[in-house]
Design a protein around this ligand. Structure first.
Ligand code: MD3
Ligand code: FE
Length: 217
């Protein structure tokens, strides 16, 4: 890469390794954002965003929907992946090609070839919405990475350790950033701080996060 001393206002975006197997690809999705927006609009029309309830009975502040063969759901009975949207009784909308290709290309760039996700959880954050520290362990295929795409308002991501009590570091995720988490990092604790209010041309007062995973081994 050439160092351009005159482009002080246009810094090069570089891949950032967070820990072995985990990398942030800054701006990786920016160029495709408008195609993603159209496809996500169709997904949300077929399977509207909703606030799920945790097994403990708390309403989640993040609104969620899914596309792909399997969708993540939570209710009083627990967390799990289901092929059918419990609100409609219909299968989740198919994974749009734009999303499938983006997830596959990002995974390959991070060193995971042939990533074929069967689930895409779409999280929508309004100001104040947050996701407390947790692990993603409802997927069966833990060899496959998770790919996450951030769109709209920026958020502060918490990157923890192997156990909940480990100190976590903060990381800003902006519109277009794609993170790939796999290998020894696959079961790390992580979360998202309460979203700060703002306005973004892509999503108004929201942040949208896409989490792609391979649920079936
Ligand atoms: C690190 N979503 O839905 S994606 C989730 O921004 C979730 O909405 C967050 O965590 C969001 O479960 C963050 C980033 C992410 C996803 C899975 C991981 C980071 C991860 C699995 C292991 C380690
Ligand atoms: Fe997670």
């Amino acid at each position: 890469m050439t160092l351009d001393l005159f482009a002080a206002d246009a810094p090069e975006l570089e891949d950032e390794v967070l820990s072995p197997g985990a990398v942030v690809l800054r701006g990786f999705a920016t160029a495709q954002a408008s195609a993603l927006k159209d496809d996500l609009g169709r997904v949300a029309a077929a399977a509207p965003f909703r606030h799920l309830v945790t097994p403990g009975g708390l309403r989640m502040s993040v609104a969620m929907t899914n596309c792909g063969e399997l969708g993540w759901v939570s209710d009083r009975r627990g967390y799990r992946y289901e092929p059918v949207d419990p609100d409609s009784g219909l299968r989740w909308p198919a994974l749009p090609d734009s999303l499938r290709v983006l997830a596959r290309d990002a995974a390959a760039r991070a060193g995971y070839e042939d990533f074929l996700p069967d689930a895409c959880l779409v999280n929508r954050y309004a100001p104040g919405a947050r996701l407390s520290l947790h692990q993603d362990r409802d997927e069966l295929d833990l060899r496959a990475p998770i790919v996450s795409v951030s769109l709209g308002l920026p958020a502060t991501f918490l990157w923890g350790g192997e156990v909940r009590a480990d100190k976590s570091r903060k990381l800003a995720l902006h519109h277009g950033d794609v993170a790939v988490w796999g290998g020894p990092s696959r079961l790390r604790f992580h979360g998202v701080l309460a979203l700060k209010d703002g306005e973004h041309p892509f999503a108004g007062r929201h942040r949208i996060n896409l989490t792609f995973s391979k649920v079936r081994a």
